[in-house]
Write a protein that binds this ligand. Structure first.
Ligand code: SF4
Length: 449
């Protein structure tokens, strides 16, 4: 008998990959996805839990789904992922409506664990993280058919003082290179045109493998040779591990997009030191000069955290000066949140919410002007765009993304004129620029890379 699954995947693309594995395993066990929790036999929430706002979002989702169990006897509610790994046993008492909690390593066993649920016996299963993704695991891609995430590593061995990820997800575990290439090949054969490589720190790839050397460029070389995807995109590059070898490859290989997502988090030496980031302002300046020299057309994205303990107005002004000097394409600003268990939780000089908000607004407004100026540079030019389909704003426009717009992170290109289908890569002449998005019309099919 067919059973219905209602699933919510929260958090980052890495978590989405775990959700896609659970989805495939449950489909193999007879479940079909339904859009309405009213129809579900199984309600599953894969949570994020590394900052308070993500924890609250997870708890809200779980509590919103609880009442569906009362409406239909026998419905099971399962919670997986980072929230479970972070809070463990205390969730059993807090969320009595949940039948099963599974930590970050248990999701490959989800089908068996769901079958074993006994309504009278709530269960929580958490083990120290050691799982590594494997291409032999089933996975149902939930993103549009033309794009997918490719997880190259699990965990993180950096020790940023504000971050709980290493405690939740464990130390860095890189996947075997051949296994990543095998999965990429399967995805490309299935029609995926854009593969986005993810890991907590993709530049650390390989440090834990034989040879103890970060070897992202070697992996990329193998991917370029062994998989036909048109676009390979990298997310989460750690600033002091961006090698000349990587930049040389990026400059030479059109299929490896000249898009660098480098979360800097701050630029003031004092704050970076307190954050336990092993680089300073000088190294960041050198890095950006090197990128501009070696990959002149690179689009650079970064993120900053404002309101870190001890941060002063002068530190924020350093970020502002940096933004004005380097005029990066995309910048995300986040306000610091104090997380239980992080070293920074006990730091002196905690900033008030008002101060954090004011600094956030100041930098966001400054960057919006810069992003608009940067986007105006594209007007009149013709750029390749991967078509996503009808616009989320209106059925009268199509929507796509250029090489410098990452899925679900950056803006998009609205296509106001011309014919194309989702998954096409077309040349678009840009006619209008906005701070986050561009507008254009189709000039023709993309040239072969
Ligand atoms: S590199 Fe990223 S995931 Fe790793 S500890 Fe630092 S902030 Fe957390």
């Amino acid at each position: 008998m067919q059973k219905n699954l209602y699933m919510v995947s929260l958090g980052c693309p890495k978590n989405l990959v775990d959700s896609e594995v659970m989805l495939a395993l449950l489909e193999q066990d007879g479940y079909r996805v339904c859009e309405d929790p009213d129809q579900a036999d199984l309600l599953l929430v894969n949570t994020c839990g590394f900052i308070q706002s993500a924890v609250e979002e997870g708890l809200d989702e779980i509590m919103a789904l609880g009442p569906y169990k009362d409406k239909k006897p026998g419905v099971k509610l399962v919670v997986a992922g980072c929230l479970v790994q972070r809070y463990g046993q205390e969730l059993l008492a807090e969320l009595p409506e949940v039948d099963l909690f599974i930590g970050v390593d248990q999701f490959p066993r989800v089908a068996t664990l769901v079958r074993e649920i006994k309504p009278s016996k709530k269960k929580i299963i958490i083990t120290p993280p050691s799982f590594i993704m494997d291409s032999s695991l089933a996975r149902t891609i939930s993103t549009p058919a033309h794009r997918a995430y490719l997880k190259i590593s699990e965990g993180c061995s950096n020790r940023c003082s504000y971050c709980l990820i290493p405690a939740i997800r464990g130390p860095l575990r890189s996947r075997a290179m051949d296994d990543i290439v095998a999965e990429a090949g399967l995805l490309a054969e299935a029609g995926v045109r854009e593969l986005t490589l993810v890991g907590q720190d993709v530049t650390a790839y390989g440090i834990d493998l034989t040879g103890k050397k970060a070897n992202l460029p070697a992996l990329l070389g193998k991917l370029l040779a062994g998989c036909r995807a048109d676009w390979l995109r990298l997310l989460y590059l750690y600033p002091n591990r961006i090698s000349d070898e990587l930049l040389t490859l990026m400059a030479a290989e059109k299929r490896l997009l000249s898009y660098l997502d480098i979360p800097l988090q701050h630029i003031s030496d004092r704050v970076l030191k307190a954050m336990n980031r092993p680089f300073g302002r000088r190294q960041v300046h050198e890095l950006l000069e090197r990128i501009r020299r070696m990959v002149p057309d690179a689009a650079i994205r970064t993120t900053f955290i404002v309101g870190f303990p001890g941060e002063t107005d002068e530190d924020v002004e350093e970020i502002a000066e940096f933004l004005k000097t380097y005029r990066l394409n995309n910048v995300g600003i986040f306000t610091y949140s104090n997380e239980e268990g992080c070293a920074a939780e006990h730091f002196a000089g905690q900033c008030s919410d008002e101060v954090k908000e004011a600094r956030y607004q100041y930098l966001m407004e400054l960057q919006a002007e810069i992003s608009l100026e940067k986007n105006k540079e594209y007007v009149g030019g013709t750029i390749p765009v991967l078509v996503e389909g009808l616009s989320r704003e209106t059925d009268l426009l199509l929507e796509g993304r250029s090489e410098f717009q990452a899925p679900e992170i950056d803006g998009c290109v609205y296509i106001a004129d011309g014919q194309c289908a989702a998954g096409d890569i077309v040349m678009v002449t840009v006619t209008e620029a906005h701070p986050y998005d561009l507008v254009g019309e189709i000039a023709g099919p993309a040239q072969k890379t």
